[in-house]
Design a protein around this ligand. Structure first.
Ligand SMILES: Nc1ncnc2c1ncn2[C@@H]1O[C@H](COP(=O)(O)OP(=O)(O)OP(=O)(O)O)[C@@H](O)[C@H]1O
Ligand SMILES: [Mg+2]
Length: 260
């Protein structure tokens, strides 16, 4: 199966615009990238997503992370979407498992590599859905299957908005207040704690956009409080460095969780 799928898929990639830009013109280079990122099962999953009209053309890589790769692609309407592909073979599924078992939604999960990575992608999808329904500034969840998640592309002309880490806000005071509002909305309306919130997972458009929801945890989880503290102290540390006089953690917690 591998070879045939692989050749078809190279064709599919060639139709896209991004790979030229990434200068993967030579077949051997193309094959290396394809083999590293896409196993046969992932290729089939992408076929399903193409067949049901979620994806049309693949663009280039946007980001290569520890657990996942993010690509840009076009949907049949010619709009950019972001495709996040979690690696199955080389992801730290034991660590993922530790997070999943304390989430009431995934309590019964087996400690099986494939199952854990699939649950991880579905968890991010479900979290994005909940965040979106609550009106939190975040990419709209579009589709997912197995280890592949498709979401709204947050950027312009296929270039993602900059991460807050790489491009600190010109008006940190305002962005901090906005972010606090998003965390509050996420907590109260979506009943979620992001749990991986920091300047690495915020894009600026220049308004803040929360991304990377795979750790997002239901507020009923026994870990929720600790995660919320961690999120808020990450933001506090960043914005203090930007010269914002950030209130103490207890006050921020009260603002997010309190009745006021
Ligand atoms: N919806 C999106 N639209 C545009 N760009 C995105 C989108 N989601 C992610 N990106 C880009 O990909 C980068 C990595 O995304 P993300 O933080 O979700 O993954 P990661 O940190 O690699 O994954 P993980 O921490 O789960 O291993 C982001 O910094 C951003 O540049
Ligand atoms: Mg991230």
């Amino acid at each position: 199966m591998g070879v045939k799928v692989s050749e078809d898929f190279q064709e599919f990639l060639r139709k896209g615009e991004g790979w030229k830009y990434e200068r993967l013109e030579k077949d051997s280079e193309m094959r290396k990238v394809v083999e590293r990122v896409f196993d046969a099962s992932t290729l089939l999953t992408l076929y399903h997503l193409i067949n049901r009209g979620t994806l049309d053309r693949f663009g280039g890589a946007v980001s290569t992370g520890k657990e996942a790769h993010v690509f840009r692609a076009l949907n049949p309407e010619g709009e950019y979407v972001a495709v996040k592909i979690y690696r199955v073979a080389t992801s730290d599924f034991k660590n993922m498992y530790r997070y999943l078992v304390v989430d009431p939604r995934f309590r019964g999960i087996h400690r099986d590599r494939r199952q854990v990575v699939y649950a991880w992608a579905s968890r991010e999808y479900k979290n994005l859905q909940r965040a979106g329904e609550a009106g939190v500034s975040s990419p709209r969840a579009i589709d997912y299957e197995k280890n592949v998640l498709v979401m709204e592309f947050m950027g312009e002309e296929g270039l993602p908005y900059p991460r807050m880490k790489d491009s600190p806000p010109a008006d940190p005071e305002r962005v901090f207040r906005k972010l606090l509002k998003e965390v509050k909305l996420l907590y109260r309306e979506a009943k979620l704690v992001h749990a991986d919130l920091s300047e690495y997972n915020v894009l600026l458009s220049p308004d803040p956009i929360l991304i990377d929801f795979s750790l997002g945890t239901d507020v009923s989880s026994p870990m929720a409080e600790e995660f919320l503290r961690r999120d808020l102290s990450n933001l506090s540390n960043f914005f203090r460095r930007q010269g914002v006089s950030v209130p103490p953690l207890a006050e921020l917690l009260e603002e997010v969780k309190g009745e006021g």
